[in-house]
Ligand binder design. Structure first.
Ligand SMILES: *[C@@H]1O[C@H](CO)[C@@H](O)[C@H](O)[C@H]1NC(C)=O
Ligand SMILES: *[C@@H]1O[C@H](CO)[C@@H](O)[C@H](O)[C@H]1NC(C)=O
Ligand SMILES: *[C@@H]1O[C@H](CO)[C@@H](O)[C@H](O)[C@H]1NC(C)=O
Ligand SMILES: *[C@@H]1O[C@H](CO)[C@@H](O)[C@H](O)[C@H]1NC(C)=O
Ligand SMILES: *[C@@H]1O[C@H](CO)[C@@H](O)[C@H](O)[C@H]1NC(C)=O
Length: 368
């Protein structure tokens, strides 16, 4: 009986997730008790650095931004023995006062199968929206897949950005586009860089879609691009160049993303970022290990709990410049006033002298 219920639940989950087109991110089975010993204490700082980042997958523009390195452990079984074997993931963030920018970097042999995203690398970012949304179980709403609604799961909303390669040309921009935004969803039919929200792994929806109805004002607010260090790009790739580099070359994957700090979401489907405040985030990575397609649940994450992301205000360096400028202005005004006064005095003195000593003859310089 229990099995029948489980199978039915899985089927419902599969049906619910079918229109979302996330590949196989639905089987999310865990074995045993969940435990998490996360004491990394790492905080990611998004400093105010306007005008330095181009979202093109190339990361030279990030070289002066400090990042944090995280070991990648299986999301459902964060056991150090099962760490992703090609290296840690580096995560960096900045903002320019309007947009937040994220960079994810991870070593991995180049692999690309056109049109098959489960045979390509893939990344996701997840943010807490509501305060009761846990990292574990993507918000942690305890409802069954068919019982999740924005009422039964209220308070468990998480915001997810998932970029699956497979139809995304390296160096090009994907994510929000006029076609999908006109439909009012977080979809991206061109590059599969989608904007989602979730209450738990079985209750995930593209922004704008949901069990209680659709919201035609929703948008895909993300933009992003990818690159691999083995790629050599002379004049821009086209799809016919795929797989863009030779298979199996050692190197590093780069992913870059941007999103406005605020969005027009009004159903708790997007996290909102505020300068001077913090958000909670996580990052995930899928990779076709040994050429085997990845499973949706077979992803690695940077930590088994939320990581804090601080949006730093732009005041620190700017204020000191302004503070130095002000006394300088005062000094300028003073010296101007001083010189005007001195000038007036000299005219007055000159006038008095010429008046009192009007008979004084001219004294040649060399006689003084
Ligand atoms: C990359 O390729 C090397 C050599 O072929 C192999 O030893 C290594 O396991 C591969 N790394 C990954 C992450 O697949
Ligand atoms: C979070 O949970 C607590 C305790 O269950 C509850 O009092 C609070 O209202 C919840 N917050 C939200 C935003 O749902
Ligand atoms: C919401 O949109 C989806 C996908 O476009 C559609 O299948 C579904 O019927 C819509 N639901 C409602 C209640 O309109
Ligand atoms: C739930 O979603 C529906 C449809 O998008 C919306 O009309 C309703 O206001 C939402 N309720 C809450 C509590 O967000
Ligand atoms: C693979 O490349 C990374 C940097 O891109 C490097 O750190 C690593 O040592 C390389 N591994 C091998 C086996 O060459």
């Amino acid at each position: 009986m229990l099995r029948v219920v489980q199978v039915a639940a899985l089927l419902i989950a599969a049906l619910l997730l079918a229109p979302i087109r996330i590949g196989r991110v639905n089987s999310h089975e865990e074995s045993g008790e969940w435990h998490c010993d996360s004491d990394s204490g790492i905080r990611i700082k998004a400093d105010f650095k306007p005008g330095i980042i181009t979202v093109d997958g190339r990361v030279d523009d990030w070289k002066d931004v400090d990042g944090s390195d995280f070991p990648l452990l299986p999301a459902l079984d964060p056991d150090a023995d099962k760490e992703y074997n090609a290296g840690k993931m580096t995560l960096k963030a900045v903002h320019d006062g309007e947009e937040a920018y994220f960079m994810l970097q991870v070593n991995g042999n180049y692999t690309y199968t056109q049109g098959d995203r489960s045979k390509c690398a893939s990344v996701a970012l997840m943010f807490q929206i509501s305060e009761n949304a846990s990292y574990h179980n993507m918000g942690g709403c305890g409802q069954e897949p068919d019982a999740c609604t924005n009422q039964t799961c209220q308070g468990h909303e998480v915001d997810i950005m998932h970029f699956s390669l497979g139809s995304a040309i390296p160096g090009r921009l994907y994510g929000g586009n006029p076609v999908d935004n006109r439909d009012g969803t977080g979809d991206d039919r061109f590059g599969h860089l989608v904007d989602l929200y979730a209450w738990n792994p079985h209750c995930r929806f593209l922004d704008g879609l949901g069990p209680s109805g659709n919201d035609s004002t929703a948008q895909n607010d993300w933009q992003g691009s990818w690159w691999h260090s083995s790629l050599i790009d002379h004049s821009g790739f086209i799809e016919d160049d795929s797989p863009y580099a030779s298979e199996g070359q050692n190197g590093t994957y780069y992913f870059e993303f941007s999103r406005p700090l605020r969005t027009m979401d009004h159903f708790r489907q997007d996290a909102q970022f505020t300068i001077g405040k913090s958000n909670l985030l996580s990052a995930a990575f899928w990779y076709p290990m040994d050429g085997q397609p990845w499973e949706g649940s077979g992803h690695y994450t940077i930590s088994c709990d939320w990581i804090t992301l601080d949006f730093i205000s732009g005041t620190s360096p700017q204020v000191t410049m302004v503070a130095r400028k002000n006394p300088w202005d005062v000094a300028t005004a003073f010296s101007l006033l001083f010189s005007v006064v001195a000038f007036c005095i000299s005219i007055f003195v000159g006038h008095r002298i010429s008046k009192t000593n009007s008979t004084t003859n001219f004294v040649p310089m060399d006689e003084l």
